[in-house]
Design a binder for this molecule. Sequence first.
Ligand code: PLP
Length: 397
Amino acid sequence: MAEKKPRFDTISVKGGYSREDQLKYCTMAPPLIQSAVFPYESAEWAADLYSYKIEGFAYGRINNPTNDILEKRMALLEGAEAGLATSSGMAATFMAAHHLLEVGDEIVCPNRVYGGTYELFHTSMPRMGVKTNWVPEPDKIESWQRTITPKTKLIHVESPSNPNLFVADIPALAALARSKGIPLMVDNTICSPALQRPIEMGADIVVHSATKYISGNATSLSGILVGKKEFVDHVRHVGFRNMGPTISPFNAWLCLLGLESLSLRMQKHSDNAMTIAKFLEKHPKVESVSYPGLSSHPQHEVAKRQMSAYSSMLSFNVKGGLDAARRVINNLRIAVHTTHLGSSQTVAIQPAATTHWQLGPEARAKGGIPDNMIRYSAGIEDAQDLIEDLDNALRSA
Ligand SMILES: Cc1ncc(COP(=O)(O)O)c(C=O)c1O
């Protein structure tokens, strides 16, 4: 009888760590192999390892048995051939881009991205001779089409985007990218593979800030990229060897523990965020709410097609401008005021004054980040407690 393929929730708990591995390491949970180096079997074995004739653990900068389990588990969850864990989400995006781009190449990307990604493409990549062309109307596929040039070697999209929740039509973008022979990279941080699987929609590479939902409780800075084995191997063997953006085994281990409850958390995050978005939509002190699960969201139909739930993150604009939004932030008592999303605890922040400050007013205006916007990531606490916390804070607006 053919062996049955495990389903998503089984992979979350067991993927990449087989029954044989459990017996070998004598642990039910994946082991934390806190080692920078690994003894070699023989001179011949080492020579084969270093010339890539066999797979194995050569040096902690390149791979590690704990990291390996996380990489395999994430690749399985995303439906990709291979994965590579990185020291942060930014490292994942940078390493993938660095592998694909050379001096004179161009990236196509909407300005609806996390501030760090915007800055990477806007200020760091040009120092390496790579330019970014920003898609002016990312909700229209023609706008992407017009932005692509013969020099475009990477299309990057974050969906939904941080902080304004733009939702890109991933299958349409994948079809466009394929027709032009350009790889499509999707930042799937906000959904995690529990809610959205871009590879199945035609994307070539998926990156994550695993710092968020994957680890789940704001304990470990971490990232992951997944894609074709040939691509991932190359990033590992060249990029990791030469630049070293490796995740620590301890952080990889924390991510593995986090993955065990990913589906459960994503459902509760999504239920809480939906309840809160509906509450805020009716609140007299709130100008507008952006949440892909609301029918008022401009890409709600796209979100419905490609996401199985709408995740924790929403943003809302407070009536009364910057100062009113500041007062709301200062009066939240359950939501933690910090730059994070996707943790079990609810967090809130004012992006224009913090995460997206570096962009400057013009880029923020173009990217749809007004001063009175609050980004809110609903945790897995009781929804009614969160509503009362928000209601109380909004009284001060
Ligand atoms: C969507 C998205 N991508 C990438 C990153 C960068 O991840 P990290 O902070 O793990 O480097 C973030 C950080 O907030 C993010 O929100």
